[in-house]
Design a binder for this molecule. Sequence first.
Ligand code: ADP
Length: 235
Amino acid sequence: MIHVRQLVKEYRGAVSTAALRGVDLDVEAGTFAAVVGPSGCGKSTLLYVLGGMLGATSGTVRVGGFDVTAAGERARTAFRRTEIGFVFQKFNLLGALDVEDNLRLAARIAGRADGAAERIDALLERVGLTGKRRARPAELSQGEQQRVAIARALVKEPRILLADEPTGNLDTASSRAIMGLFREVAGGPGPTILMITHNPECAAVADVVIPMEDGRTGAPYPNAAARPSAERGRR
Ligand code: ADP
């Protein structure tokens, strides 16, 4: 699903930083992968290049057959809108809209307004927030807000779910609930998941762990406790 070859990303400014220094990575469809490594090693940069939010300096990134690095700005934007779901540490919900409208707007922006009402019902049920569909983000706990953000990312049925420290702002109980949700999503027909985390307990929930250091990825290793979801006969 994700194929990265010799990916280099330099931030050029007064001081140039080589954030990615030749990343090679393959992630199979349906896998739930955790990216771990010290602060500043390039995890976020990798995620943003994979998701088409940031251009690469050199190298190739293919996601589900789409060549992200060869695509022009317009094609990359369309790809990001339709194929990629993002979940951030800060939930980035629209405070003026209630839960349901946050999801509805996300579906519309992705060009997936058709059937959105049914998907929203199912997703709210799945994240346990059916009773809060009319609440504004400020009326929800941090963990609930992140559950809304996950539902919002999933409402467009993306191929890839990219999560940048999704539990970074959450207490232990809420983090576990979010990881339970990711685990459940990874066990269904849903997206391949790539999650950055500093939390070993969260990394342990994933199928595979991708270690990263100094702008490069190491060999991914399977988690002993989790069976790769790709092996459970899906996709
Ligand atoms: P991580 O997510 O592992 O903490 P990042 O991908 O955020 O690492 O950063 C990798 C390197 O690139 C760091 O040295 C960081 O300072 C640098 N960097 C990140 N974003 C920018 C930017 N917008 N401009 C310049 N340098 C950046």
